[in-house]
Design a protein around this ligand. Structure first.
Ligand SMILES: *[C@@H]1O[C@H](CO)[C@@H](O)[C@H](O)[C@H]1NC(C)=O
Length: 429
């Protein structure tokens, strides 16, 4: 071969090798970009408070050593002082929304097409503890979902201002158009959710399922996991709905009045429910289809039922459970007892009631002892409850509190974010 020709062939060979490796380089870079592009959304120790000293992977596996370490850490005065965040902090930090969302690592885009095509609507009823609210919002936030926040009319002004400041940073998070003064066990608690339902229903035609929350709930599933579970329900609803226990009958048999912010039982018997609809017992928290919400807002039978419930005790425990068994309501079940659903079997909410705690060898116990502390006979979860919580199918659990056990929320939010990002790049966890 002539020297010139040989040089030419060598040049072409080098060129093609070069092009191939350039191509490979771009492919690899794109892949790492995608992974890196998600990695910056991972919660790291840099954005954790004093909880970052904990070993979350040990805690999630229920390891005694890791749990013991949590106990030692959380009793120190320094720790207790450092976990408090004043309401004013949120007002200051949200002056620059872009910075706030970056710093707090709010998801800036849907993590998958599947989630984008299945938006969720949330009603969040809040009255205090802004830090709990912000941690919860961050955990469930996705740009394709929509969030209505009801702040109690009698909340502290700094709480209302802080929550208003946070919501103003997101186009898809808004304050309810009509806030009410919530009364314990009274009708206004239901009205708060109803007002959010109406706002969410008219704000967007796209969302598929409705979930209501309070400030002390926290998710147990990623948004993708929720979307998949909800899609598999094929339009049915998931909430507690059972025969009314004998010791609760008085709550719906007598007329009640709200006097100075307290619900009082009168001696007047109530009339039967409209159309003699069978009343069922359940809880305040529901996971329901868009069609269910449409019925609540437009079905005249339900309108009459709502009016009938206004003077009962703790109507949130009965109203949703009853609507869930009305013929023709989308996603509902027949009123027959065979379709009764307990809180343990519904997806809506996992709660540990103090009187149901115990050991597995006792037939009266429903779940193991609370590892945190109790508020009004409900467990406020501790780090030691996490392993048990994550064994369940429920979408959300109640109660969590950043002030009494911040480690439980810290490890849970870190676990969920890591899982969501891993799902997004197609890794298995
Ligand atoms: C945390 O717990 C995991 C799981 O048991 C263990 O493998 C790891 O060594 C622990 N890490 C530290 C820093 O103790």
């Amino acid at each position: 071969m002539q020297p010139l020709k040989r040089g030419c062939v060598q040049f072409l060979l080098k060129l093609s090798v070069g092009l191939v490796s350039l191509g490979t380089f771009y492919l690899v870079r794109q892949r790492t970009d995608r992974t890196l592009g998600y990695r910056w959304l991972e919660y790291t120790e840099d954005d954790g408070g004093p909880e970052k000293a904990c070993n979350c992977s040990g805690i999630l596996q229920g390891e005694q050593e890791a749990l013991q370490q949590v106990k030692l850490l959380t009793i120190t005065r320094d720790f207790q002082k450092n976990i408090q965040i004043p309401d004013e902090y949120y007002i200051y930090e949200t002056q620059d929304c872009r910075k706030f969302k970056l710093k707090r690592k709010y998801l800036p885009f849907p993590l998958s097409k599947e989630e984008e095509d299945f938006p969720l609507a949330y009603s969040m009823v809040i009255h205090h503890k802004v830090q709990n609210f912000e941690r919860l919002l961050r955990a469930i936030y996705a740009p394709q979902n929509i969030y209505c926040v009801h702040v109690d009319k009698k909340a502290k002004p700094s709480v209302t201002a802080a929550i208003q400041a946070i919501t103003s940073c997101f186009p898809n998070v808004f304050l309810v158009s009509q806030a009410v003064e919530v009364v314990y066990a009274g009708w206004p608690r239901v009205q708060a959710d109803l007002n959010c339902m109406a706002d969410l229903y008219s704000a967007s035609k796209k969302w598929k399922y409705f979930i209501n929350l309070c400030g002390q709930d926290f998710p147990l599933k990623t948004n993708l996991e929720m979307v998949r579970m909800l899609r598999s329900m094929r339009g049915s609803n998931s909430l507690e709905s059972e025969t009314v226990p004998a010791d609760k009958k008085w709550r719906i048999s007598y007329v009640h009045e709200i006097i100075n912010g307290d619900v009082k039982t009168t001696k007047t018997l109530k009339n039967p429910a409209p159309f003699n609809l069978p009343i069922k017992s359940g809880g305040a928290y529901i996971v329901v289809s868009r069609g269910f919400v449409r019925s609540v807002l437009e079905d005249t039978r339900i309108e009459m039922l709502i009016n009938w419930f206004k003077d009962t005790y703790s109507p949130d425990e009965f109203l949703w459970a009853t609507i869930q068994r009305i013929p023709g309501v989308p996603g509902s079940k027949w009123p027959n007892r065979k379709y009764d659903q307990t809180d343990i079997n519904a997806l809506a909410r996992l709660v540990k009631w103090e009187n149901h705690e115990g050991s597995q060898d006792s037939e009266s116990a429903v779940y193991p002892k609370c590892q945190g502390n109790h508020v009004r006979a409900v467990c406020v979860y501790g780090a030691g409850d996490l392993q048990w919580l994550l064994e369940h199918l429920h979408l959300f659990a109640n109660k969590f509190d950043t002030e009494t056990d911040p480690v439980a929320i810290y490890c849970l939010e870190k676990y969920l974010r890591h899982k969501a990002l891993a799902e997004a790049v197609g890794e298995s966890v």
